[in-house]
Write a protein that binds this ligand. Sequence first.
Ligand code: N01
Length: 581
Amino acid sequence: MDAKTPAPQARAREAGNFDAVVVGAGFAGLYMLHRLRGLGLSARVYEAGGGVGGTWYWNRYPGARCDVESMQYSFSFSEELDQEWTWSEKYSPQPEILSYANHIVDRFDLRRDIVFDTRVTAATWDEDAKRWHVETDRGDKVSAKFCIMAVGCLSAPNRPKFPGIEDFKGPVYHTGEWPHQGVDFTGLRVGVIGTGSSAIQSIPIIAERASQLTVFQRTATWSVPAWNEQLTPDYVKAVKADYPALRAKARARPTGFYFPFNIKPALEASEDERERCYEEAWQRGGLPFLGAFGDLLFEKPANDTIADFARSKIRSIVKDPATAELLCPDNVFGCKRLCVDTGYYATYNLPHVKLVDVSKAPIERITADGIVVGGVEYRLDAIVSATGFAAMTGSFDKIAISGRNGLTLAEKWRAGPRTYLGLASAGFPNFFMITGPGSPSVLASMIQAIEQHVDWMADLIAHMRDISARAVEPTLADEDAWVDHVNEVSKVSLRSTCSSWYVGANIPGRPIVFMPYIGGFPVYVQKCNEVMSNGYDGFILEDVAATNAAPRVRLTERWRVPLDIEVISPAAVAARRVPVV
Ligand code: N01
């Protein structure tokens, strides 16, 4: 334990039996707990952090905020909750999202079942008892019928092993594990490594205080202005007046959130029309910029037109031509996760901000006094490592998960994650993943993706109780077919063509597999619904006791999602051209 988080409270070890153990108390773990409680089940949630909120607990770096509009980046399961909570800004800052997470906990009385400062270290399936034995780093040993992973998709920080990093005299911060007390960079020479979303949000704020800011860029990144603003009471009132309708429209969208979308292909528009549409979309800002036309992530020539437009914007903002060129990406627009910024490019016009290209000559080493690139030492007082995460599977890797016949998840996933619907994995009975690899997860609005998974799992657990089933797991054949489908669909998108964290390429040695499902959120939801309606097609329900009660397959009503034909025309679905931003 370092100084960045409060010390954990002393407590006795736990040994008990629960219906479910949930790993993680981010939004996924919180809603899972709420649904389990609603079913009258006992649950224990273990959380490594000292509080709830997951991503929003750890990522406290300056400028951290969501990139999906606040009024949609929130739970939709409770209309009362929707009405009583009021967001202050178009894109909520991290402290406000964390307050929302705490409000959920208090409002639904969740805290008493959550154990903090405790990391789950092992989960082992006991075939005879049909239960999971779960162990933690604080000596707890509990058992549960269900083991539910709510560990987040971007929760295991990536810390590249730069030679000499331990020699650096100053502090090294990772954006994903930011000190709770904050950091005062006033008058300091600061180096930021990386130019992904975390860096792009923090760089303009760090530049306000630092005496010198040096940014080490390996890959130039695409970023679109957020045009963040305070939400007016009238706007909030108007949204709340018809919140269920907005939620329904959002669920029907490929991204799980709603924004105006132009389905027309860019290549069918004239140059003037393209310019006008891009300018309008740029002025709206944020991720919806990718909705300017329907073919931008499918046709490289179409993508080239939006890339040219965005490069012209960078050149118009950044005054020094050499810096502007360095900031202009040459990869597919939106291939890596698109960034959303406030004043990012303009920050490079400040005299004390410098961009260093580490694409050809990588960071050589870190010395006591700074970072060496191409033989030049950049002298620094503090380093910010905005180097991202071992995405999608990184948090699974940290837990020794052992399923049927001693098969470990690490072994099974050695060549890449294998799941059925991103919900479960063959050989691991009663083991669920919320927004696991193979589900839309990071390609959808996370909170909607979480809600849909949790509701689906809760419905399955209720069904198992109805039919007295002791265990459930997917068949290998259905899992293999799903993994093939996830791979197949990814190939139609330009997203699969670059070395992003979506494919695990940001960390040397990881298998290169497109991990999230890119077929679109409602298409995926429909598939989950079909599986359920067909009696859990693709799953084996074990040890089902004879029962007189007619088993009932439930489907949480809000997930009867009609596809949005405005966006997903039958032809688009047939061609699997589902625009996902
Ligand atoms: O991480 P990243 P992130 N030497 O992986 C560079 C979500 N998020 O924390 O591109 C030098 O995107 C790396 O370079 P390269 C969002 O989904 C959301 O910023 O691999 N550089 C890259 O520039 C996002 O996509 C928000 O060549 C090295 C950077 O570090 C995801 O989290 C805010 C390096 C890492 O960028 C991850 O974002 C923040 C090395 N050895 C995050 N290793 C919202 O707005 C890595 N890099 C909601």
